[in-house]
Design a protein around this ligand. Sequence first.
Ligand SMILES: [Zn+2]
Length: 295
Amino acid sequence: MDRHLDQCCAFSGQVCRWIVNAGHNVSDLASDFVTLWAIRRGRRAPSPEFPWGHGRAETLGTFTVSGMLLGGAALFAFHSGGQLAELIPTTNTAVHLPGWMPHHHHHVSGIPLDGWALALAAAGWSVKEALYLATAHLGKKLNSQVLMSNAWHHRSDAWGSAVALAGIGGAMAGFPVADPIGGIIVSTMIARVGWHMAVSSARDLCDASVDETVRESLKQAAHDALVDSYYSSSLRISSVRARQSGPYILAEINVSATRAPTDGDARLPLHVVEVIREKVRAVPHVRDVVVVFKP
Ligand SMILES: [Zn+2]
């Protein structure tokens, strides 16, 4: 989204473009910085001060970066809306815009309609898309939501360049609306991704449960541990609670007795606890397993 602020226009087009670029670079840097901080902090070992580990730092980073993504999408949409309003044909040459709409007067004619502009937009697109692919690949490998959200920031920049490309091409072909229409479509797509990530990280911050399939596989793993043991008929897995802490899953397995103890002493043998923990830890991304016995 290179052009989101170029309606600032007490300045000439060129100065304006400089300001917009500088602003965008600062926001890119901030997003990268938040991501780096969240990744480093989020993967530290648990400490007395943070006994459950620092995974939530990544969640906080995801929430912040997706907020920036949403903000960028909003600015982009706002800008495209202003452009579109400007292009709406009127009988008079004076276009009446509501006072709050961004407006600038040399956008279409201000684009240098030459090969350089096209090449630059195409290069911007491919570089940013490559950055998206590399970051997303790493994000999947490390199970890192914050890397995924930063990857989407790169992709949103890539799409911004694609819109610029479409805008230049459109203007050359006599369809100046290609730019604002493309901008509105792209900003909507980016906003969807940003919204999804913001909601999911906010849910994790509020201790929402992991999704049903993950919870089922945790329960299954715990169940398997019991089935293999001597206690398969006297103990059962009564419930499972689990939440996401950045890249990690923190799980609690509740075990209960299937019948009243005959010797009057209901307990959970230690080695059974160990087997349950081991099996549940084998489920991908599980970090911490607590086994609770409720006779
Ligand atoms: Zn950016």
